[in-house]
Design a protein. Structure first.
Length: 652
């Protein structure tokens, strides 16, 4: 027990090592170890006592509450140490365990306990252990910069900044690792390490803190990407653009050391010991199994095309993996590309290729993708959407044939996907509301579920352009049946209410709320309505237009306190928030009535109102207009845009 190599907090006394392996890279296969702390055997199902078992294949010394209970240190049994103790359930026992291993064969050391019926033994799980009284808290360390999922264009340096916290001791050193390799040791704050001219690809960054007692703690892994530069020149039209080729890999699949019943998985223990993680970075509770790692994605460009080759990954699991070429975009935009070919991977490898918009390049980032993938009918399109849930939601489009055009549009909080056989006639695949930030990354992606089988996808006609959709109604407000529109600057929609008699709102020039008869209300618009959303509203049908563009038919019972209540034959009584759920409430149709409007005067305002009026008169610095079914409305001179008088239909 001299020449200490490593110290850390652990959750279990539950270890197994293959021959020649050790707990950490700095520790040789022939080593000794000491565990110390407290444990409580659980009390439940009327069990007042339990049996604690110690299993080890080397020399052991065990103290319980300061009393020596096991000592095989000098002469370890050939078949290992196996001892049991009857202990009081629920009582805290202080323990110290020392263990020696020669490293020439497979080895293990475990604390186990009996079940209630004593017919089986289970691992003593981590939550039964606590530190010894008076033990200082272990250090805490985190990588503060760069951020997880960040893209760092080469050949810039990566500056890694770590932050630490602890109580009752001081930090002796902070070590920084890049993909498991030590890149810097810092003995005093600020804890920074520089990776000069990092290679292209993913860099898994971890930091390890060591306190003055030699206890270590490691940070969670932060993954950053150094892309391979790619210049795409579409030929005619926009100038050449700079894209970066990136490979995003999901974390390895973890396998618990013990199952739900507490039974030990010896193979999982050995796999953890054999995993080449940086010091202290392995999670002792959920070791990863060896996985085949696919090669990094590659891309080439020629004559207005990008050819992308990638293998491995998934878009339908808890974390995404793919290869892609990306660039930044902000605001509202449309990403368009044509997939000309997908080769190299059969359907059983489950290849995918398409477009994506993502908040960053973490495997679990907020993301919407539109991909072409094998289906029962050959090839089909899928929209895969990941936001706050681990597993993505998805929408399936129709069968397609290559070449096929894909379009991904971000308009405000709405992200929609479309497919087209010719780039002119588009069919909606899906539409969602997303929490994407304003500045995002857009790209072309490809993947297969088989890491050994790559797919090659060829994209052309690639463009990222500002998106300005055609709106049927560009402002919030109230649309009357005769075609008049009172915009949100003229009426206060949050204060508007609807009952069986009509819509009550406040208007300029009226001391009290005005009630417009229900039969004279066509729509109440809470958001601008794009023209393609308006097409979802059947003529002459009442209901609500949701913010995502879906229309739900039903009877509008009421509008009050920022909520709309609808009665639907299919869905029963439903309530929607006007601030977030809805785009519009539809009460009637304007098609015929607007054409029959008899008003010869149309007054429009700079904020978007369009009023069909029967009279106009001036009152000081204001103009008062008479709107049928509404009454007089007072407008200031500064808000007026145009007053148009139609020619009389008969001579006077």
């Amino acid at each position: 027990m001299t020449d200490r190599k490593h110290a850390r907090r652990e959750e279990n006394v539950l270890h197994a090592w293959p021959a020649g392996a050790s707990p950490e890279p700095a520790v040789p296969p022939r080593f000794a170890a000491r565990w110390a702390g407290q444990f409580k055997l659980p009390w439940y199902e009327q069990a007042k006592t339990r049996t604690l078992s110690l299993e080890a294949d080397g020399g052991c010394r065990l103290w319980l509450d300061g009393v020596s209970r096991v000592d095989t240190w000098a002469t370890p049994p050939k078949d290992g140490t196996r001892v049991s103790f009857e202990l009081e359930a629920g009582r805290a026992y202080e323990f110290k365990l020392e263990y020696a291993r020669d490293g020439s064969a497979d080895g293990h050391v475990r604390f186990m306990m009996t079940t209630v019926d004593r017919a089986d033994v289970r691992a003593l799980k981590g939550w039964y252990f606590t530190p010894a009284p008076g033990a200082a808290a272990p250090p805490v360390v985190a990588v503060r910069a760069p951020e997880d999922g960040e893209v760092i264009p080469g050949p810039l340096t990566i500056e890694v900044t770590a932050a630490t916290a602890t109580a009752g001791c001081w930090i002796a050193a902070v070590r920084v690792y890049d993909n498991g390799a030590l890149v810097g040791t810092v003995n005093r704050p600020p804890y920074r390490a520089v990776i000069d001219r990092p290679s292209a690809g993913a860099h898994r960054l971890t930091a390890q803190a060591v306190d003055d007692q030699g206890v270590t703690a490691s940070s969670t892994t932060v993954t950053v990407h150094v892309p391979v530069a790619l210049a795409y020149d579409p030929g005619e039209g926009p100038p050449a653009e700079s894209w970066g080729v990136v490979t995003v890999r999901p974390p390895p699949v973890a396998k618990p050391l013990v199952n739900k019943r507490g039974a030990v998985d010896a193979e999982a223990l050995k796999a953890r010991a054999a995993r080449p993680d940086p010091e202290g970075a392995a999670d002792a509770a959920t070791p990863a199994q060896p996985v085949s790692v696919s090669p990094d994605a590659t891309a080439t460009t020629s004559a207005g095309t990008i050819t992308l080759t990638a293998a491995g990954g998934d878009l339908r699991a808890d974390a995404d993996g793919f290869g892609g070429t990306f660039r930044e975009a902000d605001g509202d935009f449309a990403l368009v590309a044509r997939i000309d070919a997908m080769t190299g991977a059969a359907a059983d490898a489950q290849p995918m290729a398409g477009l994506t918009i993502t908040s960053d390049l973490r495997p679990g980032a907020v993301r919407t993708s539109l991909v072409v993938a094998p289906s029962a009918k050959g090839l089909g399109v899928l929209q895969l959407y990941r936001d706050r849930r681990q597993s993505p939601e998805w929408a399936e489009g129709s069968a397609v044939k290559l070449p096929v055009w894909l379009r991904l549009v971000r308009a405000g909080r709405v992200v929609r996907t479309d497919v087209s056989p010719d780039g002119k006639t588009w069919t909606l695949v899906g539409q969602v509301q997303s929490s994407l930030p304003d500045r995002v990354r857009v790209g072309l992606i490809a993947l297969t579920r088989d890491a050994r089988t790559p797919v090659t996808a060829t994209f052309s006609a690639i463009s990222v352009t500002p998106w300005r959709p055609a709106y049927e109604s560009e402002a919030a407000g109230v649309l009357l049946a005769d075609g008049s529109f009172l915009d949100g600057a003229l009426v206060s929609l949050p204060a508007a209410s609807l009952d069986a008699q009509g819509l009550r709102l406040r208007l300029p020039g009226h001391a009290r709320p005005v009630t417009i008869p229900r039969a004279r209300i066509a729509r109440v618009l809470y958001k601008p309505v794009p023209a393609d959303h308006a097409k979802a509203i059947p003529a002459g049908t009442a209901g609500v237009l949701l913010a995502n563009g879906d229309f739900l038919e039903g009877t509008i019972d009421s509008i009050a306190n920022g909520q709309v209540t609808l009665h639907s034959v299919l869905f029963g009584r439903r309530t929607f928030r006007t601030s977030s759920d809805l785009a519009a409430v539809v009460l009637g149709d304007t098609a015929d009535l607007a054409r029959r409007a008899a008003s010869p005067v149309v007054v429009s305002t700079v904020s978007g109102s369009r009023l069909l009026v029967t009279a106009v008169r001036g009152e000081g610095a204001s103009v008062v207009v008479d709107v049928p079914d509404v009454g007089p409305v007072s407008l200031s001179d500064s808000t007026l845009r145009e007053t148009r008088v139609s020619a009389p239909t008969t001579p006077r």
